[in-house]
Structure formats: C-alpha cells, structure tokens
Design a protein around this ligand. Structure first.
Ligand SMILES: C[S@@+](CC[C@H](N)C(=O)[O-])C[C@H]1O[C@@H](n2cnc3c(N)ncnc32)[C@H](O)[C@@H]1O
Length: 314
C-alpha cells in the first residue's frame, strides 16, 4: 500500500526538538541564529531539524536582507492541523517549552534593541555607547553599593568564591562556607587578596557558623545539590539574625535529567510554591520570588532569585 502523506507529517513531528521548534515558530518568525538561542542547540542541529520540518511542509521561510526568517506554515491541511493540535497540547505542557517561551521573549527584546540601534534612536545609541565604554555589567555591579557596609554575609556553598569576591568590597565581612576541599582550595586562591573574606569548611546541614552570626545568607546555585532542603533552610535560619535576609539563586523546574549524572544534581530546579513553602516552614517571612530574565547566550535552564527575611523564632 502507498504511504499516506500524513505519515510523513507524523514523522516530522515525532521528535521533541522539532515539536518545540514548531511551537516556537507558531507565533514567531525567527532566524536560525535566534532559534539556536531559544532552543539552546548548535546551528547544525537546528538546521537539520528545520530542513525536516520544511521538507514536510510544516515550516515556511522568507528572505529578509541577507538572512532568512522561519515561521510555521500558514497553509496546512486539516488532518495535519488536527495532528499538530494533539502533539502541541503535550509539548506546550513541558517545562522546556515554557523556558523556550521565556527565551523567545528575551531574543525578541534583544532584537528590538538592535533595531533601536539601527535606527540610531537616542536610547539605542546610548545603550551601545555605554556598553562600549563601560561594559555590559557595569551598571548592574554598581547596584552592589546599595548593600549595607555593616553586614556580615554568608556565602553558603561558596564553590570557587565568585560571589564572595564580588560582594566582599561592599560589606564588613564575608563568611564563605563549602563542603568540598577542592572547591575551597580554588576559593582560597581566588580570595587570597580579600582580607574581609573568611573561609570555613562545612556543610549546609550543620553550618560552622554561630547562631545569629549573619545579616545575610546567600545560597547561589547550591540548593539543588542538597538532599534535604527543608533541614538546610532551617539551619540557615538559625545562623541568620532575626530580620536577616536570605537570597536563594537557583534553577526553575527543568527537564534536564542528564544533569543528575553529569553534575550530580539532586533536584531538577524548584518551583516558587515548593521553595516558598519550605521557607515559611523554616521560619522565613516576606518571601519574594523573581524569575530572572534568561541570558540569550546561556545554555542552562532559566534562573530565579528568591529573597526572604528570617522571622523572630529560631
Ligand atoms: C554549583 S557550585 C556553586 C558555587 C557558587 N555558589 C556559585 O554560585 O558559583 C555548588 C557548590 O555547593 C557545594 N555544596 C553542595 N552541597 C553542599 C552542602 N550540602 N554543604 C555545603 N556545600 C555544598 C559544592 O561543593 C559546590 O562547591
């Protein structure tokens, strides 16, 4: 029996990457480079999948200047539309698709900035000049000067000490804690010239820090390694003074199962509800959750910053 055209359509959709790509292109017209940023895939992979989708009539292309822009084809027969509706329903519910959608917004915002620059608007021109003169991070790092100079800050799970090094000039003292000798050796090297940073070896479950010793605790990209986050957060609450502040930076829920094997992750990100619940149980108040805008050049899952204050108990 002759194969039906719908079978080819099905084959094209029977791959998560292609289905993610189609979902992104359903509402947006993007270049290959932009698709690479959104899907966090190399150009060769994106081009290969695009070709399959194009050959099977799912995607159309349009030349614009020297580049080509891709979008979901308008004219798809009704059987194929029904097929896409079924696949779409499942793909759209994945965390990866939600993060793709967030990255599309960043990529489109970046494109708008580029077009502002192209049209030499005052704002676009100034952004470019500022970056050229002072670098892209200069204004953000200046915000660190808002930190209180009397604070003692705990960089808990400090790793190689990047966070400690960044904040040390702005506060009274930094206590950098980590359980790994190798990471602490790298931190000692990095922080050799920072005489306000004190390095201590220890675990989040039993911090080598006195009760109420800290004004601020930072857990940067560490909570997803911790087997029992509620106990660790209770321990962090113990070492913070009442009213002291906690900042947790970590990954949003994601589907990168392979990180368990490759990097030893225990948790595949955290939702605002899950972390907020644990924080309240540990005695924290005024919990605020902020998804961070994805960096178009970053290949990992999107991050969030959650802040909270230590309540009186503890
Ligand atoms: C991904 S690194 C992040 C380092 C640093 N905070 C940063 O943002 O670059 C995670 C660090 O947490 C440390 N770590 C993991 N579990 C820990 C635990 N239970 N107690 C103390 N440190 C821990 C690891 O040794 C590692 O140095």
């Amino acid at each position: 029996m002759t194969a039906l055209p719908i079978f080819d359509r099905m084959v094209a959709l029977s791959d998560l990457t292609r289905s993610r790509m189609l979902l992104v292109l359903e509402g947006n017209e993007l270049t290959v480079g932009e698709l690479c940023q959104v899907l966090q895939l190399p150009q060769s992979t994106v081009s290969r999948h695009l070709k399959v989708l194009g050959d099977e009539g799912w995607v159309a292309a349009r030349a614009e200047g020297t580049s080509r822009r891709y979008r979901m084809a308008d004219r798809v027969e009704s059987a194929a539309k029904q097929l896409w509706a079924i696949v779409r329903e499942q793909v759209v519910a994945t965390r990866t698709a939600r993060q793709d959608a967030a990255r599309v917004r960043s990529v489109l915002a970046e494109r708008r900035t580029r077009s502002q620059e192209f049209f030499s608007s005052t704002a676009g021109g100034w952004d470019r000049v500022r970056t050229e003169l002072f670098g892209a991070r200069a204004p953000l790092e200046a915000l660190l000067a808002l930190l209180d100079e009397t604070w003692v800050v705990g960089d808990l799970g400090c790793g190689t000490g990047q966070v400690s090094e960044t904040i040390a000039p702005f506060v009274r003292r930094v206590i950098a804690v980590d359980e790994s000798d190798a990471m602490l050796a790298a931190a000692r090297q990095r922080l050799a010239a920072c005489d306000t940073v004190e390095i201590r070896r220890g675990e989040l479950a039993a911090l080598p820090v006195e009760r109420h010793e800290l004004d601020v605790a930072i857990l940067s990209l560490v909570l997803h390694y911790v087997a029992d986050p509620p106990s660790a957060l209770a321990e962090v609450h113990r070492v913070l003074r009442p009213g002291g502040r906690l900042l947790v930076v970590d990954m949003m829920p994601h589907d990168r199962e392979e990180y368990r094997q490759t990097m030893g992750h225990v948790w595949q990100g955290f939702s605002a509800e899950q972390l907020g619940g644990w924080l309240k149980d540990a005695g924290f108040e005024r919990v605020r959750h902020h998804p961070l805008p994805p960096d178009p050049d970053a290949k990992g899952p999107s991050l969030f910053a959650t802040s909270a204050r230590a309540g009186r108990a503890g």
